[in-house]
Design a protein around this ligand. Structure first.
Ligand code: FES
Ligand SMILES: [Fe+2]
Length: 387
């Protein structure tokens, strides 16, 4: 984040604190219960938001060097990602061109060739078919046409993106719109992976993301945890076409008051949170980030899976691994035991059919924005303001 933006945001938070005001969505909106419970909507969302959008599958640290690979099936398509010998990230359908068996079943590792477990057709990190056992028995094939099916991939600002459709386009101007100027400055491409955790929850994927979208709940739900370090009810918020950014206010911000602005640093008073359309939340601490990817279950609108990965400035992991572990476990515990535990009860209330809507306040602008971005992508009208 550029320094003039850091000063702008910190000044905004201080003036909100002093005036006793918060970010304002301009009105109150109701969000219908079906948003979280409708099986047909869940299937449409899966098609539109997960199967036909570029997906963030990890950070540079998840493919740390040439020869690294990772696999994922989080958005329904089995994908194999490699970093080839020239350092380029590539993505493929994780399926052998012979009879379609998954070529690589490990979650991640290092390999320069991938040998199918069925009959051992073998591919290199660029997806080229380089080995066919008993080819004289099998029959003559044109190997050059039978490489792994390649998917569009992009590595930028430390993010690794894949498009689930081989003909899909990953336009960085669209993927990172609005937040690119900040992302250019963070250097997350140099961070190292610390820890990764998965939470399989009984709630819609949007209820999971909703919990990150305001600080109105900090003094209540998080009164014994985050409220010790953060001012709730204060928020710097910017929305763009589909992405958005909110900056939480840390209690340490008060120490900036006597200091010259030239010395202000965002990590001394602000905690940025970026929302990358459609399902990624990046929580930015000092020399660390917690990246949450939330996945829907197309067969069950009442279930979602959150993949939380923690990345650190390498020196933090090397010099203070204990702190890195404490931070990661603590963050996951708060999310699981406080935010997600509350959101699971919302899911049960909405599933009862007795509660027709939830309400987004003026002080919860991220919720207004991102629900409307989903609705727009699905061809629905924006949520109306109440009365
Ligand atoms: S299915 Fe892969 S080698 Fe036969
Ligand atoms: Fe929370």
């Amino acid at each position: 984040m550029k320094h003039d933006v850091q000063i702008e945001v910190l000044s905004e938070l201080l003036s909100q604190l002093d005036a006793g005001v918060n970010a304002d969505a301009g009105g109150i909106r109701a969000c219908p219960a079906e948003t979280y419970t409708c099986p047909d909507l869940a299937k449409r969302e899966w098609e539109v938001l997960f199967r036909n959008q570029p997906q963030m599958v990890g950070m540079t640290a998840d493919l740390p060097k040439p020869g690294s690979f990772l696999t994922t099936e989080d958005f329904g398509v089995p994908v194999l990602l490699t970093r080839d010998s020239e350092g380029k990230v590539r993505a493929f359908l994780n399926a052998c061109r012979h009879r379609g068996v998954m070529v690589e079943t490990a979650e991640k590792g290092e390999k320069s060739r991938f040998s199918c477990p069925f009959h051992a057709w073998t591919y290199d990190a660029t997806g080229a078919l380089i080995g066919v056992p008993m080819e004289d028995h099998f029959g003559t094939i044109d190997r050059s046409c039978l490489g792994l099916i390649e998917l569009p991939a992009l590595e930028q600002y430390g993010f690794i993106m894949v498009h689930p459709d081989p003909k899909g386009v990953i336009d960085p101007g669209v993927v990172f719109e609005g937040i690119a100027p900040d992302l250019e400055t963070w250097n997350w491409g140099r961070y190292a992976l610390g820890f990764a955790q998965t939470l399989d929850m009984k709630m819609n994927w949007k209820l999971a993301t909703d919990t990150f979208g305001e600080t109105y709940h900090f003094k209540r739900l998080h009164r014994d945890t985050l409220a010790n370090n953060f001012h709730g009810d204060v928020l710097s918020y910017r929305s763009y076409e589909r992405n958005h950014r909110m900056i939480l206010c840390m209690k340490t911000i008060d120490e900036l008051r006597g200091q010259p602005e030239a010395d202000w640093r965002i990590e001394n008073g602000g905690f940025p949170v970026y929302f990358l359309f459609p399902n990624v939340v990046i929580n930015v601490g000092n020399q660390r980030i917690a990246v949450v990817r939330v996945y829907a279950d197309p067969e069950n609108p009442g279930r979602s899976i959150s993949k939380i990965s923690y990345y650190f400035e390498p020196s933090v992991l090397a010099e203070n691994p204990g702190f890195a572990q404490l931070f990661s476990e603590g963050f996951t515990r708060i999310v699981a035991d406080e935010d997600y535990a509350a959101a699971e009860t919302t899911q049960r209330a909405l599933a009862s059919g007795l509660m027709k809507e939830v309400i987004f306040g003026r002080n919860e602008p991220p919720l207004h924005h991102y629900h409307n971005t989903f609705r727009k992508a699905l061809g629905q009208e924006p949520l109306p303001f109440l009365g």
